[in-house]
Structures are given as C-alpha cells and as structure tokens.
Design a protein around this ligand. Structure first.
Ligand code: IMP
Ligand code: MG
Length: 172
C-alpha cells in the first residue's frame, strides 16, 4: 500500500455533503429531481448526497470515460447512455466526483440538453479550477482544491483506492 496523506477527512466530507443536500432541497422545493450519477467515481458521493436529501428524487446513471492513469486523454467515450424518456421534461442534476479540465461536464451537459430536460444543473464533490481547459462552473461544489491528483471516496488511481472513506493523495 502506498503512503497516503489525508486531504479532506470523512467528517468534513459528510458535513459538507449534508449542507449541499439541504441547499438543493431548498432550490427544488416541491419539484422532483433526477440525480444522474456519473459512474464510477461519483457513486459514493451520490449515495451520501441522496441519503441526506429529503425531497422527491430519482436516481439514474451514465458512464463516460476519459481517463487512464493521471493524464486525461481529452477524448470522451459514452459507455452507458441515458434513456431519453428518463430525461425529457425532468429536473436533472448531474453528479460528478471531480471537475478537472471540464471536458466531461461540458460533454454531459450538451448530451443531456439534447434530450429536452426541464432543467439541468451540475453538482460536484471536488473542483480543481486551476486545471480548466474548457469554461465550466458547477452549480453546486463540495470543495475547491489545488492541482493535486486525489484518490478515495470514489476517486481512483488506475481503479484502486475508491474505497477510502476520505479524500487523500499519494505521497511521492
Ligand atoms: P475532466 O473531464 O478533465 O473534468 O475530468 C473529469 C474526470 O477525470 C473525473 O470524473 C475523474 O474521473 C477524473 N479525474 C480528474 N482529476 C482526478 C483526480 O485528481 N483523481 C482521480 N480522478 C480524477
Ligand atoms: Mg469520473
């Protein structure tokens, strides 16, 4: 096992996720929300967010891949698509683990908009604004972090470390 340093503890994550769930609840009062979780990284965040969400909501998933190892290839591939009938006329919130270059979100927002949702918003656990290649600003953000390759709480390095209950990084 590599030497891992904690960046955001599980207590801090939990506290912030609760806050975001309540902010979203207020924004969508009385309206149903469809959380679209971006597999696989956002699974942990989505589950916890929804457990704290006290309102009408639906869960859906989409899978894209753009990454291998620490470097983005810039190419996005749709691996598990969404069904138009699940998106059309719904309030969609795309839930992601992290926004880095912004390419994945840009792709997903365009993809979902083509299915005629009632509304689309974006929710991300971590944001690395200094790494942006395309312009993108999430509607809901857990934490902004510096340019650091992070692991844990769904985030992987070559598929490992998703199970860590905190956000960490590998000490070189
Ligand atoms: P973007 O399209 O460059 O914004 O990349 C988003 C995707 O890259 C995320 O959904 C992650 O899967 C992956 N990613 C970006 N930064 C990290 C990181 O620090 N650790 C693990 N995965 C990352
Ligand atoms: Mg991802």
């Amino acid at each position: 096992m590599d030497n891992i340093e904690v960046l955001i503890s599980k207590e801090k994550l939990n506290e912030r996720i609760k806050e975001i769930a309540h902010i979203i609840e207020k924004d969508y009062k009385g309206e149903e929300v469809t959380f679209v979780s971006v597999l696989k990284g956002a699974v942990f965040f989505t589950v916890d967010l929804m457990k704290h969400y006290d309102g009408d909501c639906i869960l859906d998933v989409v899978r894209v891949s753009s990454y291998s190892g620490e470097n983005s290839t810039g190419k996005i591939e749709l691996k598990i698509p969404l069904k138009k009938e699940h998106i059309k006329d719904k309030n969609i919130i795309i839930v992601e683990d992290i926004v880095d270059t912004g390419r994945t979100f840009k792709y997903l927002v365009n993809y979902i908009k083509r299915m005629q949702p009632k509304s689309v918003k974006t929710c991300v656990m971590l944001d690395k604004p200094s790494r942006r290649v395309v312009e993108f600003h999430p509607d809901y953000t857990g934490f902004e972090i510096e340019d650091l390759f992070v692991i844990g709480y769904g985030l992987d390095f070559d598929e490992k470390y998703r199970n860590l209950p905190y956000i960490g990084y590998i000490k070189k």
